[in-house]
Design a protein around this ligand. Structure first.
Ligand code: NAI
Length: 332
């Protein structure tokens, strides 16, 4: 029987990269039954909610989703459906592997980092209010429960995948209570993992260190906002937003999506790089035990990138999304 998967093609370049990913997975011979739903602005217009109940029910039933980027208006308008989805389904861990790909031009070679980002709280609680005109408060929520479980997730991941070190990144020198709590939970959990080195670093220094010497890091553990920023910095180390995959993981549900957004500046032109969502699809296939197909897709993707004749514009080439996708399918 084929595995049902909820598909959210998303906005902007979302449908272009989602279409590419679905075709490659199909060409690899994996039988998935895609259940497609809209989210965000389009869902709000059509169904009165950015995350319709049918969509959430589908993910809860399938426990698995592949998601394209969904646009969030800046400064006003509806709240991010991406943030809401993670909270509604309690997808507390955001996992972003930052790995060099042969053939993708970058400043560094052989980068292999894992960003683990807390996904449910921090300044993304969306609790903002105007105290008096001209004065606004935005609440940063940090709890021992969420900090402890994300730290445990990072150490469990490190132990399972043979990683040597977890670095917690924070600003506990200034936010002594909130980041202080995150850090003390990290240190507490670290005691249970004597074989994994635990260190911590202040976030501004961590940014500089990542640019100067990324090889000193292994697994990075961050609160929601720092994790959002550092994952884009990490993407820049390995070729940009067009190549980095991600997963939002809860106790029994996982939603796989690229790190990038809807890229309105290139949407509808057929030139987006599908690599990030395709690699998210590879993570998804591994998650459901389709390791052989996942490895074949990854190898085909890396072959096309390494050969370098067919590459999208973000990587310095001229190929379209569909030419690139066809090349990956051919390499399969
Ligand atoms: P963005 O990631 O959409 O674009 C940043 C830059 O990277 C642009 O120059 C874009 O052309 C390029 N880029 C991104 N993905 C690419 C790809 N696959 N191939 C080639 N080039 C690519 O970030 P931006 O502009 O800050 O956000 C646009 C919208 O996306 C916003 O509404 C934002 O809220 C939303 N967004 C959604 C996310 C999600 O659904 N998880 C994540 C990040 C942003």
């Amino acid at each position: 029987m084929s595995q049902p998967v909820t598909l959210i093609p998303g906005d902007g370049i979302g449908p272009e990269v989602a279409g590419a990913t679905v075709s490659v997975i199909r060409a690899a011979g994996v039988k998935l039954q895609w259940e497609s739903y809209v989210a965000g602005g389009e869902a709000l217009n059509r169904f009165g909610d950015t995350l319709p109940t049918e969509l959430l029910d589908s993910i809860r039933k399938n426990k698995l989703a592949l998601k394209g980027p969904v646009m969030t208006p800046v400064g006003a308008g509806f709240a991010s459906s991406n943030v809401r989805l993670r909270k509604e389904l309690d997808l507390y861990a955001n996992l972003r592997p930052i790995k060099s790909l042969a053939g993708v031009p970058t400043r560094y070679e052989n980068i292999d980092l894992i960003v683990v980002r807390e996904n449910t709280e921090d300044l993304y609680s969306g609790l903002e209010h105007e105290v008096i005109p001209g004065v606004v408060e935005s609440l940063k929520i940090i709890t021992a429960r969420a900090s402890t479980r994300i730290a445990r997730f990072a150490f469990e991941y490190a132990r399972r995948e043979g990683r040597k070190k977890v670095t917690a990144i924070h600003k506990a020198n200034i936010m002594k209570l909130s980041d202080g709590l995150f850090l003390s939970c990290f240190r507490e959990v670290a005691r249970d993992y004597p074989n994994v080195e635990a260190e911590d670093m202040i976030v501004d220094n961590a940014c500089m260190q990542l640019v100067m010497d990324p090889y000193q890091f292994d697994v990075l553990l961050l609160e929601n906002l720092y994790g959002d920023i550092i994952s884009d910095l990490g993407a820049g180390l390995v070729g940009g937003l067009g190549v980095v995959p991600g997963a939002n993981i809860g106790d029994d549900i996982a939603v796989f999506e690229a790190v990038h957004g809807s890229a309105p500046n290139i949407a509808g032109r057929g030139i987006a790089n599908p690599t990030a969502l395709l690699q998210s699809g590879v993570l998804m296939l591994k998650h459901i035990g389709e390791r052989e197909a996942a490895d074949r897709i990854q190898a085909a993707l890396e072959k096309v990138l390494a050969e370098g004749n067919i590459r999208t514009r973000d990587l310095g080439g001229q190929s379209t999304t569909s030419e690139f996708t066809e090349a990956v399918i051919h390499a399969l």
